[in-house]
Design a protein around this ligand. Structure first.
Ligand code: ADP
Ligand code: MG
Length: 489
């Protein structure tokens, strides 16, 4: 009976959900879902990517069950499944051609299946991870600018590698590129390295390489998330290498993300590693206070519950290593406020955040020391500490000196006066000029971008294993013990 087909049951449940959840949630997560199967006990809901199924499972399972229970008239189970557009190519093609396939449900065919019928398949992207929703701060501005550049001129900076620690926006930027390129009419494929591997494995099993290769080598923009996964999978790595070469040779854009600079992906073959290093590399770093606050303001603006700016500042003040955790802080406060009668006082915010205290890094973000910065710049540019602290005006030496000043000012947060002292009391204006010169070069000279990125990567990797003392000055303890006050205790 058509009235109890999964399609119709789900349409009825969606009708209820449309009134019971807020519009943004409904549009983002539910509008494009489909009722796939119902065996009398378990209802299977289909969505077009695993972000959505995960979200539905974790955040919306309860309301969905309520709606389905009401529609079916008894309590049942629900499961969420990814419906891949290409699985339904045939059906979608029929629908697009107007023959309707099974005519009764043509009008409830979700947009992503309808799109699949045109030449351009909608990529499997998270709807909320767009450029508009990405907050730019100094820690991610290079990655953001590079991502925009890739959309404006695909194939020019190829590949683009976005790297950095977890929860700092890499997946967000890959998705943003995907949305923008798709809107420009490009055939976009987004995949995690792990899923690329799984699909390759299953293609091998089912002897369906042709289809696999068509999918990955027939696109204009290939976005591969978390390529460090390939380090431990030589077979998948090799297939990715061939895919990469084909696309690159055809001038198609490749964008990958990884948790380290490609130079440090020691589990990759030399050939693949050097391919990844021949385009543009851009890092994402831990957000500063200013960026944390900007992100909180942007995220809070979408919430029904309005938090005052002082509360947002209070949240931003917490040292928070990733944006993902920052979102967790905000959500925690948003959930806590109604429980205490709607107050957003500093005490309420503090008590909501108290649970996070134990997991936080010690107060203050660990900034690199002046020594570490100078060391890293010298290593990168093959020069010496004595040279850059000296008076040489050779082009290479002054470039190294300026780069060191830039990093000292922006990354190590040294004052201009301190930098003047470190470089033999140079003029105030010399330091400012050096910092500005490098800043200007970052948008015009790829070598400067690459040098800065490499220096930052070196600074982000601890060079001294924890617990190993750094040469303590031998005189210190003796000097202390000889002071009478200290000896007496
Ligand atoms: P990664 O892939 O680097 O581990 P994600 O891209 O998944 O991190 O980001 C984690 C979360 O933080 C996501 O919800 C993402 O939208 C959010 N996020 C990260 N950076 C930003 C940013 N600059 N502006 C807004 N949201 C961000
Ligand atoms: Mg990610």
């Amino acid at each position: 009976m058509t009235t109890t087909s999964p399609t119709n049951l789900w349409a009825a449940a969606l009708g209820q959900l449309e009134v019971s959840v807020n519009k943004a949630n409904y549009d983002t997560w539910l509008r494009e879902t489909v009722g796939l199967r119902f065996d009398g006990d378990t209802f299977v809901v289909g969505a077009n990517n695993d972000f959505t199924t995960e979200w539905l499972e974790i955040r919306m399972r309860k309301v969905i069950l309520q709606a389905l229970t009401r529609v079916v008239g008894r309590s049942i189970e629900v499961r969420f499944e990814v419906v891949r557009a290409d699985i339904d190519d045939e059906r979608a093609a029929l629908l697009a051609a107007g023959s309707g396939g099974r005519g009764d449900d043509a009008d409830v065919v979700p947009a992503f299946l309808r799109k699949a019928a045109s030449n351009l398949r909608a990529p499997e992207l998270h709807p909320a991870l767009t450029f508009e929703n990405f907050v730019v701060g100094e820690e991610n501005e290079l990655a953001h600018a590079s991502a925009e550049a890739v959309v404006a001129a695909p194939g020019r900076q190829n590949p683009l590698v976005i790297f950095g620690g977890p929860g700092l926006g890499k997946t967000h930027l890959l998705n943003a590129i995907g949305h923008a390129a798709y809107a420009d009419g490009k055939h976009v494929v987004y995949v995690t390295a792990e899923r690329f591997g799984t699909e390759f494995g299953s293609a091998a099993q089912h002897k369906s390489f042709e289809k696999f290769r068509q999918r990955y080598r027939g696109c204009d923009v290939l976005l591969v998330d978390d390529v460090q996964f390939f380090e431990t999978r030589p077979g998948f790595q090799e297939e990715f290498f061939h895919t990469f070469n084909d696309l690159h040779a055809a001038g198609k854009q490749i964008v990958v993300s990884c948790d380290r600079p490609p130079s440090q992906l020691s589990g990759l073959s030399d050939a693949l590693r050097s391919r990844l290093m021949m385009g543009m590399q851009a890092d994402v770093r831990k957000p500063s206070f200013a960026t944390r606050l900007a992100i909180l303001r942007a995220k809070a603006a979408h919430q029904a519950l309005r938090l005052p700016d002082v509360a947002l500042q209070q949240i931003a003040e917490r040292c928070c290593p990733t944006v993902r955790e920052l979102e967790g802080y905000l959500n925690r406060v948003l959930a806590h406020v109604p429980l205490v009668g709607g107050s957003t006082s500093p005490e309420v915010v503090a008590s909501a955040l108290a649970v996070f205290a134990a997991s936080e890094a010690p107060a203050g973000d660990a900034l690199p020391s002046a020594d570490e910065v100078i060391e890293a710049v010298c290593a990168r540019l093959n020069t010496t500490r004595a040279d850059i602290a000296g008076r040489s005006r050779s082009r290479d030496v002054s470039y190294a000196r300026h780069l060191a000043m830039h990093v000292l000012r922006n990354d190590a947060k040294k004052s201009v006066a301190e930098i003047q002292r470190l470089f033999g009391n140079r003029d105030h204006s010399t330091v400012i000029g050096a910092v500005d010169r490098i800043t200007a070069e970052l948008s015009t000279r790829p070598e400067t971008q690459a040098d800065l990125t490499a220096v930052r990567a070196a600074l982000a990797t601890p060079s001294v294993p924890a617990g190993v003392p750094v040469e303590a000055p031998a005189v210190a303890p003796r000097a202390l013990a000889s002071r009478p006050e200290a000896a007496q205790g």
